[in-house]
Write a protein that binds this ligand. Structure first.
Ligand SMILES: NC(=O)c1ccc[n+]([C@@H]2O[C@H](COP(=O)([O-])OP(=O)(O)OC[C@H]3O[C@@H](n4cnc5c(N)ncnc54)[C@H](OP(=O)(O)O)[C@@H]3O)[C@@H](O)[C@H]2O)c1
Length: 297
Protein backbone atom coordinates (compact mmCIF):
# COMPACT_ATOMS: atom_id res chain seq x y z
CA UNK A 1 0.00 0.00 0.00
CA UNK A 2 1.20 3.59 -0.61
CA UNK A 3 1.11 5.09 2.89
CA UNK A 4 1.54 8.73 3.85
CA UNK A 5 3.11 8.95 7.32
CA UNK A 6 3.06 12.25 9.25
CA UNK A 7 5.58 12.59 12.06
CA UNK A 8 7.70 10.23 9.97
CA UNK A 9 10.91 11.74 11.38
CA UNK A 10 9.79 11.26 15.01
CA UNK A 11 10.35 8.45 17.49
CA UNK A 12 7.21 6.43 16.74
CA UNK A 13 6.83 7.60 13.13
CA UNK A 14 10.32 6.63 11.99
CA UNK A 15 10.07 3.17 13.55
CA UNK A 16 6.73 2.77 11.77
CA UNK A 17 8.24 3.87 8.45
CA UNK A 18 10.98 1.19 8.83
CA UNK A 19 8.41 -1.46 9.70
CA UNK A 20 6.23 -0.56 6.69
CA UNK A 21 9.13 -0.55 4.24
CA UNK A 22 10.53 -3.84 5.53
CA UNK A 23 7.14 -5.45 4.96
CA UNK A 24 6.72 -4.24 1.37
CA UNK A 25 4.71 -1.04 1.74
CA UNK A 26 5.60 2.17 -0.04
CA UNK A 27 6.00 5.17 2.28
CA UNK A 28 5.67 8.89 1.69
CA UNK A 29 7.12 10.49 4.83
CA UNK A 30 6.42 14.09 5.82
CA UNK A 31 9.46 16.15 6.80
CA UNK A 32 9.92 19.82 7.55
CA UNK A 33 13.73 19.69 7.63
CA UNK A 34 16.66 18.64 5.44
CA UNK A 35 17.99 16.37 8.19
CA UNK A 36 14.61 14.64 8.49
CA UNK A 37 14.38 14.25 4.72
CA UNK A 38 17.83 12.64 4.58
CA UNK A 39 16.93 10.18 7.33
CA UNK A 40 13.75 9.21 5.52
CA UNK A 41 15.55 8.69 2.21
CA UNK A 42 18.12 6.46 3.97
CA UNK A 43 15.22 4.45 5.41
CA UNK A 44 13.81 3.92 1.92
CA UNK A 45 10.89 6.34 2.01
CA UNK A 46 9.87 9.01 -0.46
CA UNK A 47 9.92 12.46 1.15
CA UNK A 48 7.14 15.03 1.04
CA UNK A 49 8.30 18.35 2.44
CA UNK A 50 5.82 20.38 4.44
CA UNK A 51 4.37 21.50 7.74
CA UNK A 52 1.38 19.56 8.99
CA UNK A 53 -0.48 22.79 9.66
CA UNK A 54 -0.19 23.85 6.04
CA UNK A 55 -3.55 22.25 5.28
CA UNK A 56 -3.47 22.89 1.54
CA UNK A 57 -0.10 21.13 1.24
CA UNK A 58 -1.33 18.34 3.53
CA UNK A 59 -4.36 17.78 1.27
CA UNK A 60 -2.14 17.66 -1.79
CA UNK A 61 0.14 14.98 -0.28
CA UNK A 62 -2.61 12.88 1.30
CA UNK A 63 -4.65 12.78 -1.91
CA UNK A 64 -1.77 10.90 -3.57
CA UNK A 65 -1.75 8.15 -0.92
CA UNK A 66 -3.83 5.01 -0.40
CA UNK A 67 -3.67 5.30 3.40
CA UNK A 68 -2.49 7.70 6.09
CA UNK A 69 -0.80 7.09 9.43
CA UNK A 70 -0.84 10.31 11.46
CA UNK A 71 1.71 10.55 14.29
CA UNK A 72 2.87 14.19 13.99
CA UNK A 73 2.40 16.35 17.06
CA UNK A 74 4.32 19.36 18.29
CA UNK A 75 5.74 18.49 21.74
CA UNK A 76 8.09 21.46 22.02
CA UNK A 77 8.24 22.64 25.62
CA UNK A 78 7.18 26.12 24.45
CA UNK A 79 4.08 24.76 22.66
CA UNK A 80 0.57 25.47 23.96
CA UNK A 81 -0.99 21.99 24.24
CA UNK A 82 -4.55 23.28 23.85
CA UNK A 83 -3.66 25.19 20.68
CA UNK A 84 -1.64 22.28 19.27
CA UNK A 85 -4.51 19.90 20.01
CA UNK A 86 -7.01 22.15 18.25
CA UNK A 87 -4.59 22.37 15.30
CA UNK A 88 -4.49 18.56 15.30
CA UNK A 89 -8.29 18.46 15.09
CA UNK A 90 -8.07 20.46 11.84
CA UNK A 91 -5.20 18.32 10.53
CA UNK A 92 -7.22 15.14 11.09
CA UNK A 93 -10.33 16.59 9.44
CA UNK A 94 -8.18 17.57 6.44
CA UNK A 95 -6.56 14.15 6.18
CA UNK A 96 -9.99 12.50 6.34
CA UNK A 97 -11.32 14.70 3.56
CA UNK A 98 -8.26 14.20 1.35
CA UNK A 99 -8.00 10.44 1.03
CA UNK A 100 -9.28 8.89 -2.19
CA UNK A 101 -12.61 7.38 -1.16
CA UNK A 102 -14.17 6.33 2.15
CA UNK A 103 -12.39 2.95 2.27
CA UNK A 104 -8.84 4.31 2.44
CA UNK A 105 -7.56 3.76 6.00
CA UNK A 106 -6.65 6.70 8.23
CA UNK A 107 -4.90 5.85 11.50
CA UNK A 108 -4.89 8.47 14.25
CA UNK A 109 -2.58 8.55 17.28
CA UNK A 110 -3.82 9.15 20.82
CA UNK A 111 -2.73 8.16 24.35
CA UNK A 112 -4.00 5.60 26.87
CA UNK A 113 -3.71 8.30 29.55
CA UNK A 114 -6.66 10.15 28.02
CA UNK A 115 -9.07 7.27 28.53
CA UNK A 116 -11.24 6.79 31.59
CA UNK A 117 -11.83 3.32 33.00
CA UNK A 118 -15.47 2.35 33.45
CA UNK A 119 -14.57 -0.29 36.07
CA UNK A 120 -11.70 1.26 38.02
CA UNK A 121 -9.35 -1.33 36.48
CA UNK A 122 -6.87 -0.78 33.65
CA UNK A 123 -8.38 1.27 30.81
CA UNK A 124 -9.45 -0.86 27.86
CA UNK A 125 -9.96 -0.23 24.18
CA UNK A 126 -13.69 0.28 24.70
CA UNK A 127 -13.29 2.86 27.46
CA UNK A 128 -14.08 6.37 26.21
CA UNK A 129 -11.62 9.23 26.36
CA UNK A 130 -12.12 12.26 28.57
CA UNK A 131 -13.58 15.25 26.68
CA UNK A 132 -11.14 17.77 25.19
CA UNK A 133 -12.55 20.37 27.59
CA UNK A 134 -10.85 18.33 30.35
CA UNK A 135 -7.82 16.97 28.45
CA UNK A 136 -7.15 19.16 25.37
CA UNK A 137 -5.18 16.32 23.70
CA UNK A 138 -8.46 14.37 23.38
CA UNK A 139 -9.31 16.66 20.44
CA UNK A 140 -7.56 14.12 18.19
CA UNK A 141 -9.91 11.27 19.17
CA UNK A 142 -12.88 13.63 18.86
CA UNK A 143 -11.77 14.49 15.32
CA UNK A 144 -11.43 10.78 14.52
CA UNK A 145 -14.94 10.10 15.85
CA UNK A 146 -16.38 12.89 13.70
CA UNK A 147 -14.85 11.26 10.59
CA UNK A 148 -16.10 7.80 11.61
CA UNK A 149 -19.63 9.23 11.92
CA UNK A 150 -19.28 10.51 8.35
CA UNK A 151 -18.40 6.96 7.19
CA UNK A 152 -14.60 7.25 7.11
CA UNK A 153 -12.36 4.20 7.53
CA UNK A 154 -10.68 5.68 10.59
CA UNK A 155 -8.97 3.87 13.46
CA UNK A 156 -7.30 5.15 16.62
CA UNK A 157 -4.15 3.82 18.24
CA UNK A 158 -3.67 4.84 21.85
CA UNK A 159 -0.05 4.80 22.94
CA UNK A 160 1.31 4.13 26.43
CA UNK A 161 4.88 5.03 27.47
CA UNK A 162 6.80 4.10 24.33
CA UNK A 163 10.45 3.21 24.93
CA UNK A 164 13.79 1.99 23.68
CA UNK A 165 17.23 2.59 25.18
CA UNK A 166 17.29 6.20 23.92
CA UNK A 167 13.76 7.48 24.49
CA UNK A 168 11.31 6.80 27.31
CA UNK A 169 8.77 9.64 27.02
CA UNK A 170 7.99 11.34 30.29
CA UNK A 171 10.56 9.27 32.22
CA UNK A 172 13.14 11.66 30.77
CA UNK A 173 11.59 14.36 32.95
CA UNK A 174 11.97 12.12 36.03
CA UNK A 175 15.63 11.62 35.10
CA UNK A 176 16.19 15.37 34.68
CA UNK A 177 14.52 16.05 38.04
CA UNK A 178 16.58 13.35 39.76
CA UNK A 179 19.80 14.90 38.45
CA UNK A 180 18.72 18.36 39.60
CA UNK A 181 17.48 17.24 43.02
CA UNK A 182 20.21 14.69 43.76
CA UNK A 183 17.74 11.86 44.43
CA UNK A 184 15.12 9.77 42.64
CA UNK A 185 11.66 10.07 44.14
CA UNK A 186 8.23 8.49 44.06
CA UNK A 187 5.13 9.43 46.04
CA UNK A 188 3.85 7.36 48.99
CA UNK A 189 4.28 3.64 48.38
CA UNK A 190 4.96 4.28 44.67
CA UNK A 191 2.40 1.73 43.50
CA UNK A 192 0.92 4.06 40.88
CA UNK A 193 1.63 2.75 37.39
CA UNK A 194 2.58 3.59 33.82
CA UNK A 195 1.69 1.29 30.92
CA UNK A 196 4.45 0.71 28.37
CA UNK A 197 5.49 -0.80 25.04
CA UNK A 198 8.72 -1.08 23.09
CA UNK A 199 8.87 1.14 20.00
CA UNK A 200 9.39 -1.78 17.58
CA UNK A 201 6.25 -3.49 18.91
CA UNK A 202 4.33 -0.23 18.56
CA UNK A 203 5.54 0.14 14.97
CA UNK A 204 4.40 -3.40 14.17
CA UNK A 205 0.98 -2.62 15.60
CA UNK A 206 0.60 0.41 13.30
CA UNK A 207 1.26 -1.93 10.37
CA UNK A 208 -1.20 -4.55 11.62
CA UNK A 209 -3.90 -1.91 12.08
CA UNK A 210 -3.19 -0.61 8.57
CA UNK A 211 -3.53 -4.10 7.11
CA UNK A 212 -6.29 -5.60 9.25
CA UNK A 213 -7.78 -2.88 11.47
CA UNK A 214 -11.53 -2.50 11.76
CA UNK A 215 -13.22 0.76 10.81
CA UNK A 216 -14.00 2.78 13.94
CA UNK A 217 -11.92 0.63 16.29
CA UNK A 218 -9.58 1.84 19.00
CA UNK A 219 -6.41 -0.13 19.66
CA UNK A 220 -4.10 -0.05 22.66
CA UNK A 221 -0.38 -0.39 21.89
CA UNK A 222 0.18 -1.74 25.39
CA UNK A 223 2.46 -4.65 26.26
CA UNK A 224 2.93 -3.89 29.98
CA UNK A 225 -0.26 -2.88 31.81
CA UNK A 226 1.47 -0.95 34.54
CA UNK A 227 5.05 -0.59 35.70
CA UNK A 228 5.10 1.00 39.17
CA UNK A 229 6.74 4.38 39.67
CA UNK A 230 8.63 2.78 42.55
CA UNK A 231 10.15 0.09 40.29
CA UNK A 232 11.11 2.78 37.76
CA UNK A 233 12.66 4.95 40.51
CA UNK A 234 14.68 2.01 41.86
CA UNK A 235 16.19 1.28 38.43
CA UNK A 236 16.91 4.98 37.88
CA UNK A 237 18.53 5.20 41.34
CA UNK A 238 20.88 2.32 40.54
CA UNK A 239 21.74 3.61 37.07
CA UNK A 240 22.22 7.24 38.16
CA UNK A 241 23.90 6.18 41.44
CA UNK A 242 21.47 8.38 43.38
CA UNK A 243 19.47 7.64 46.55
CA UNK A 244 15.81 6.65 46.07
CA UNK A 245 13.19 8.10 48.39
CA UNK A 246 9.47 7.95 49.06
CA UNK A 247 7.91 11.40 49.47
CA UNK A 248 4.86 12.57 51.42
CA UNK A 249 2.37 14.62 49.35
CA UNK A 250 3.80 17.83 50.91
CA UNK A 251 7.40 16.89 50.05
CA UNK A 252 6.28 15.81 46.57
CA UNK A 253 5.01 19.31 45.77
CA UNK A 254 8.48 20.77 46.37
CA UNK A 255 10.27 17.97 44.47
CA UNK A 256 8.04 17.56 41.42
CA UNK A 257 6.73 21.14 41.01
CA UNK A 258 4.62 21.34 37.81
CA UNK A 259 5.12 17.58 37.25
CA UNK A 260 3.29 16.73 40.49
CA UNK A 261 -0.10 15.92 38.97
CA UNK A 262 1.50 13.56 36.45
CA UNK A 263 3.71 11.94 39.10
CA UNK A 264 0.63 11.17 41.24
CA UNK A 265 -1.45 9.56 38.49
CA UNK A 266 -2.14 5.84 38.32
CA UNK A 267 -2.57 5.05 34.59
CA UNK A 268 -2.77 1.28 34.04
CA UNK A 269 -4.01 0.25 30.60
CA UNK A 270 -4.72 -3.05 28.91
CA UNK A 271 -3.75 -4.10 25.38
CA UNK A 272 -5.19 -7.61 25.65
CA UNK A 273 -8.06 -7.06 23.25
CA UNK A 274 -5.72 -5.46 20.68
CA UNK A 275 -3.27 -8.37 20.96
CA UNK A 276 -6.07 -10.88 20.43
CA UNK A 277 -7.90 -9.08 17.64
CA UNK A 278 -4.81 -8.42 15.54
CA UNK A 279 -2.66 -11.39 16.57
CA UNK A 280 -0.14 -8.86 17.81
CA UNK A 281 2.59 -10.67 19.72
CA UNK A 282 5.01 -8.22 21.29
CA UNK A 283 8.67 -9.27 21.35
CA UNK A 284 10.56 -6.12 22.41
CA UNK A 285 12.34 -5.68 25.77
CA UNK A 286 10.30 -4.39 28.70
CA UNK A 287 10.60 -0.86 30.11
CA UNK A 288 12.87 -1.70 33.05
CA UNK A 289 15.24 -3.66 30.81
CA UNK A 290 15.55 -0.66 28.50
CA UNK A 291 16.06 1.68 31.47
CA UNK A 292 18.91 -0.57 32.67
CA UNK A 293 20.60 -0.31 29.24
CA UNK A 294 20.14 3.44 28.77
CA UNK A 295 23.17 5.73 28.60
CA UNK A 296 22.41 8.36 31.27
CA UNK A 297 25.39 10.56 30.41
N1 LIG B 1 6.21 8.54 22.64
C1 LIG B 1 5.27 8.28 23.56
O1 LIG B 1 5.55 7.65 24.59
C2 LIG B 1 3.84 8.72 23.30
C3 LIG B 1 2.86 8.43 24.26
C4 LIG B 1 1.54 8.81 24.02
C5 LIG B 1 1.21 9.45 22.82
N2 LIG B 1 2.20 9.74 21.92
C6 LIG B 1 1.82 10.40 20.66
O2 LIG B 1 2.42 9.68 19.59
C7 LIG B 1 2.77 10.57 18.54
C8 LIG B 1 4.23 10.39 18.18
O3 LIG B 1 5.01 10.65 19.34
P1 LIG B 1 6.59 10.65 19.25
O4 LIG B 1 7.09 10.26 20.58
O5 LIG B 1 7.03 9.91 18.05
O6 LIG B 1 6.87 12.22 19.05
P2 LIG B 1 8.18 12.93 18.47
O7 LIG B 1 9.37 12.04 18.52
O8 LIG B 1 8.25 14.25 19.18
O9 LIG B 1 7.86 13.18 16.93
C9 LIG B 1 6.94 14.15 16.55
C10 LIG B 1 6.91 14.18 15.04
O10 LIG B 1 5.95 15.16 14.63
C11 LIG B 1 6.59 16.03 13.69
N3 LIG B 1 5.97 17.35 13.75
C12 LIG B 1 5.72 18.09 14.83
N4 LIG B 1 5.16 19.25 14.47
C13 LIG B 1 5.06 19.24 13.12
C14 LIG B 1 4.58 20.14 12.16
N5 LIG B 1 4.05 21.32 12.51
N6 LIG B 1 4.64 19.80 10.86
C15 LIG B 1 5.18 18.60 10.47
N7 LIG B 1 5.64 17.70 11.34
C16 LIG B 1 5.59 18.02 12.65
C17 LIG B 1 8.04 16.06 14.09
O11 LIG B 1 8.83 16.54 13.01
P3 LIG B 1 10.30 17.12 13.22
O12 LIG B 1 11.22 15.91 13.13
O13 LIG B 1 10.48 18.06 12.10
O14 LIG B 1 10.36 17.78 14.57
C18 LIG B 1 8.25 14.58 14.40
O15 LIG B 1 8.39 13.86 13.20
C19 LIG B 1 2.38 11.95 19.02
O16 LIG B 1 1.09 12.24 18.54
C20 LIG B 1 2.36 11.80 20.52
O17 LIG B 1 1.51 12.74 21.16
C21 LIG B 1 3.50 9.39 22.13
Amino acid sequence: MRVFVTGATGFVGLATVSELISTGHEVIGLSRSDAGAETLIRTGATVARGDVNDLRRLREIASGAEAVIHTAFNHDSSADVRQESENDRKVIATLGASLPGPHAPLIITSGTGLAQSATGGPVTETDPHAPSSVFPRAASEEAAEALIEQGGNVMVIRLPQVHDTHRQGRILRHIQLAKQQGSVAYIGDGTNRLPAAHVTDVARLYRLVLENGQRGARYHAVTEQGVTLRAIAEVLGTQLRLPVQSLTPQQAQAYFGPLLQLAEMDLPASGTETQQRLDWNPTGPDLLTDLRSTDYA
